[in-house]
Design a binder for this molecule. Structure first.
Ligand code: FES
Length: 122
């Protein structure tokens, strides 16, 4: 039971804020984005390449001198498709990919950017 003569000191509850919850200015957000590096493991080629979140996957695979087909470079022909084994990506246009291939995990590298480390069957 509490003694009414002794004042109760309550700790002020501070909301814990993680780094990602902090409010960043657009310039700070851009700086964080530019410093982020993801890795794409090309399993069959036994190569790992580094990409920023802005890098187009196809361009970086080509820079690594890995043999990959391409044609339209706009997500329409399907020539650059590869199977993604793991990881998060965003693809702007994927008209050249059938629903069946999408369900099997294939992506179009010409319109894809990384949002995590990934593994590809190439
Ligand atoms: S090169 Fe045509 S869809 Fe990627």
């Amino acid at each position: 039971m509490m003694n009414p003569l002794i004042p109760v000191v309550r700790k002020k509850q501070r909301k814990k804020t993680s780094a990602t919850e902090k409010k960043l200015t657009p310039n700070q957000q851009n700086a964080v984005r530019l410093r982020t590096i993801y890795q794409a493991k090309l399993l069959k080629s036994n190569i790992t390449i580094d990409l920023t979140p802005d890098d187009i996957l196809l361009e970086q695979i080509e820079k690594a001198n890995v043999d990959i087909s391409s044609a339209c470079r706009g997500g329409n022909c399907g020539a650059c498709q590869v199977k993604k084994i793991s990881g998060k990506t965003i693809t702007e246009v994927e008209a050249g990919l059938s629903d069946e291939l999408k369900q099997q995990g294939h992506i179009l590298t010409c319109t894809t950017r990384l949002r995590s480390n990934i593994e590809l069957d190439i």
